[in-house]
Design a protein around this ligand. Structure first.
Ligand SMILES: [Mn+2]
Length: 358
């Protein structure tokens, strides 16, 4: 077993003999093996990765810390391992099973004398491990971030009046992949003008014109790890109101990063950012959370949202991304990722955040 599997095995409650992990992200987290299907069965003594013919050769070569078993009939292998390790109870990864799959797994385990547990506890144990990033995980997130920043820097040179949001988004994605990204973190958000008031607007044929804000909410995936960043630029000139909104978001984002540190409560970080925006005269114009964890998934624990009681710990990676959105006019969002340390945080972005007029 490798260290992450050993940690999880040690966390299993006494009443439980095994855990069954089936989500792509968690199989990858524990074995480093990438596949679209597979069953990771963990007992206290041993970890097994059950894969079908498509992944048999690759898994034997690349999966870490587990015994790879290629299966023809899954029930036979599960049955054999249940008997071999005298498994009486198995925790299922509740968030990954559909109702139908859980029902079949319950039946299969029951026919081998084992009961399945759907308490959600396994998911909580895995989250507890994944929420604290190792230095090698942080390195991958930083690499994904650098790819994003370089692609954006190169793409900014192409921005001029008349270029469409979609053209810019395509260019960005192409550049990210050329720079080594295996994917984009999500459908890239490149929106301009009035559309910037929609936090998750999608790029279209809208042509960029002078006086527009252009919002980039973008990220790349590197070795499974995501990056997430938002910058808002202007073309040609800005109005006084645009400038005031930008400055407010800029200050709020700075305050948020200053509040992120080991021991801080997530909801309190959110409150500092939100209060600042509301007191600046924009109450009701910031309707989403201040931030979220990032890693093998783009949105992970912890959440920097109102009243969230989770306490930040060293090694967590979170975004800080306040925004102000004025429907029918424009919006501004600024977002960085930061890794939490004992007495503060280290921002993972190097691109400046002061208002840039292209
Ligand atoms: Mn984000």
């Amino acid at each position: 077993m490798n260290s992450s599997l050993e940690l999880l095995a040690a966390m299993l409650p006494e009443s439980v003999d095994a855990a069954l992990i089936i989500s792509n992200e968690n199989r990858r987290y524990f074995t480093e093996f990438v596949s679209s299907l597979g069953y990771l069965l963990l007992t206290r003594e041993e970890a097994y990765l059950l894969v079908d013919f498509r992944y048999a050769e690759a898994a034997a070569k690349y999966a870490k810390g587990c015994t790879v078993i290629p299966y023809k009939l899954l029930p036979e292998e599960i049955g054999r391992l249940t008997v071999k390790h005298n498994i009486r109870s198995v925790m299922l990864e509740g968030s990954a099973f559909t109702l139908n799959d859980a029902e079949s797994m319950d039946k299969l385990l029951k026919s081998n004398g084992a009961e399945s547990i759907h308490s959600g506890e396994l998911d909580k144990l895995i989250t507890k491990l994944r929420v604290i990033k190792t230095s090698s995980e942080v390195d991958k997130i930083i690499k994904a971030q650098r790819i994003t920043e370089q692609a954006l820097t190169e793409t900014l040179r192409l921005i001029k009046e008349g270029v469409t949001e979609q053209e810019i988004a395509l260019e960005l994605e192409y550049k990210m992949r050329r720079l080594g990204a295996e994917d984009v973190s999500f459908e890239l958000i490149v929106i301009a003008g009035e559309k910037t008031s929609m936090p998750h607007g999608t790029p279209g044929n809208n042509k960029i014109k002078p006086g527009d804000f252009i919002t980039f909410d973008i990220g790349a995936v590197y070795k499974g790890y995501h990056s997430d960043m938002t910058r808002t630029y202007a073309l040609g000139y800005v109005s006084d109101k645009q400038k005031r909104v930008y400055d407010t978001v800029y200050q709020a984002q700075k305050l948020g990063l200053e509040a992120v540190r080991g021991g801080a409560v997530c909801g309190e970080v959110d409150k500092i950012v939100r209060d600042y925006i509301y007191h600046a005269g924009f109450e009701g114009c910031f309707g989403h959370s201040t931030g979220h964890g990032v890693g093998l998934e783009i949105h992970e624990q912890p959440r920097l949202s109102p009243n969230e009681k989770t306490v930040l710990q060293s090694g967590m990676v979170v975004t800080v991304e306040p925004g102000i959105y004025l429907p029918g006019e424009f919006g501004v969002r600024i977002e960085d990722m930061a890794v939490v340390t004992a007495d503060g945080c280290m921002s993972l972005a190097v691109l400046p955040k002061e208002l840039v007029i292209l």
